[in-house]
Design a protein around this ligand. Structure first.
Ligand SMILES: NC(=O)c1ccc[n+]([C@@H]2O[C@H](COP(=O)([O-])OP(=O)(O)OC[C@H]3O[C@@H](n4cnc5c(N)ncnc54)[C@H](O)[C@@H]3O)[C@@H](O)[C@H]2O)c1
Length: 364
């Protein structure tokens, strides 16, 4: 057993000692309340010990680096590793973020490496952002050829070092990349989670708050279906402002505008930025990882494998799920109205057609 350090944690507001050590390749920590005076090693070993949580982010581009930054700043995990194929990019970005630790007061250990998967060993959650982003005028679906090869290779490498890991897939076309991750490696469905609904729902709530002239945190709203400009379904009928249905507060025309703005939310930013957006996507990836690692049991729309739920099977598509330490702990079946049911079936047909390409290009 290798003892790494003993210190008073700044994060825990000086109320406790954190005793760190490494064993079998994983970091563990013991938190010892100060009032219990940890004066002898024997006393320390009497205490229960906790394995430190570890997240790996694959891809240190715009989305991956933002996600790693949020994970570190919010101390979602004790340890975060970023991997990229581009020499030095992960190391550089990780070092840059670590140089904000003293300014922002976080204790997460963030490191980067170039294509070295041994560094990812023992990860609890791996977030896959490696892939080509959209260019103006490009659909998410057009990315499939390039990104399928990258995602499949990356997942294979990750599993060699973290066989029990939970995947959060961000690379586009996200529903199809999630399906590929699940199917190519025969993983259990609770361990493969596509991130799209968390971002789309955040955009939906933003546009609703703009229309209502209110704080977005007071708005409830959810986007389900495929994570595509034409496949996502902002659920207007279930959206509320402080418990009041938004259908009672906004006109049909205004709500149609909100839905339209949400659906092309990504494309609008791609046009402005010349590439895919990254602040909200990176934060949404960290939000999903936090719900898993902190066992929050939050209901978040994610792309997950359906087995009869919502009338669909053999597909990964966005529906609300309860996220906890085991990954997907429950699929929540909403009572959709007739129109939303029809939209969901249409969306699933479109996602399924994109999945077919995986077979055509021989990656599945
Ligand atoms: N699901 C969502 O809501 C959502 C939102 C935004 C972006 N995206 C997608 O996320 C992906 C990343 O977007 P971005 O803007 O960060 O792109 P980016 O080009 O800035 O970053 C991608 C990074 O992946 C790296 N990479 C490529 N192949 C790799 C490999 N085999 N192993 C490790 N790293 C590799 C690249 O070197 C690059 O640094 C894109 O597919 C984009 O479409 C998804």
């Amino acid at each position: 057993m290798l003892i790494i350090e003993t210190k008073v944690s700044s994060l825990s507001k000086d109320k406790e000692y954190i005793f760190l050590f490494m064993n079998s390749g994983n970091f563990w920590k013991k938190i010892i309340p100060l009032q219990r005076n940890p004066c002898t090693v024997e006393r320390i070993y009497e205490e229960e010990i906790i394995r430190m949580s570890k997240v790996t982010v694959i891809g240190a581009g715009n989305v991956g680096a933002t996600c790693a930054n949020v994970l570190a700043f919010k101390e979602v995990a004790d340890e975060v590793v970023v991997v990229d194929v581009k020499e030095g990019i992960s190391e550089g970005k990780a070092t840059d973020v670590m140089q904000t630790a003293q300014l922002l007061g976080f204790d997460t250990r963030l490191s980067g490496c170039t294509n070295d998967y041994t560094q990812t060993a023992g990860s609890d959650v791996v977030i896959i952002t490696s892939g080509v982003p959209r260019k103006p005028g490009m659909t998410r679906e057009e990315l499939i050829g390039v990104n399928a090869g990258i995602v499949k290779a990356v997942v294979g490498e990750v599993l060699k070092h973290s066989p029990e890991v939970i995947f959060v897939v961000i690379a586009n076309p996200m529903d199809t990349m999630t399906y590929l991750t699940l199917k190519a490696f025969g993983l259990s469905k609770g361990r493969v989670i596509g991130m799209g609904g968390a971002l789309d729902s955040s955009r939906f709530k933003y546009y609703l708050s703009m229309a209502l002239g209110c704080n977005a945190n007071d708005v409830e709203g959810m986007v389900i279906g495929g994570h595509g400009d034409t496949t996502m379904i902002p659920l207007v009928s279930l959206a509320t402002y402080k418990g009041i249905p938004v259908t009672k507060l906004l006109s049909k025309e205004k709500l149609d505008e909100v839905v339209q703005a949400t659906m092309v939310g990504g494309a609008t930013l791609t046009k402005m930025l010349g590439t895919s957006a990254w602040y909200a996507p990176g934060a949404a990836g960290a939000f999903v990882a936090e719900a898993i690692l902190h066992d929050q049991k939050k209901v978040i729309p994610c792309s997950v494998a359906l087995d009869g739920e919502y009338g669909e099977s053999d597909i990964c598509i966005g529906v609300p799920v309860v996220l906890g330490r085991k990954g997907i702990e429950k699929i929540v079946e909403l009572d959709l109205n007739t129109s939303d049911k029809a939209l969901f079936a249409k969306s699933a047909a479109s996602v399924r057609a994109t999945n077919e390409v995986l077979k055509e290009i021989n990656v599945l």
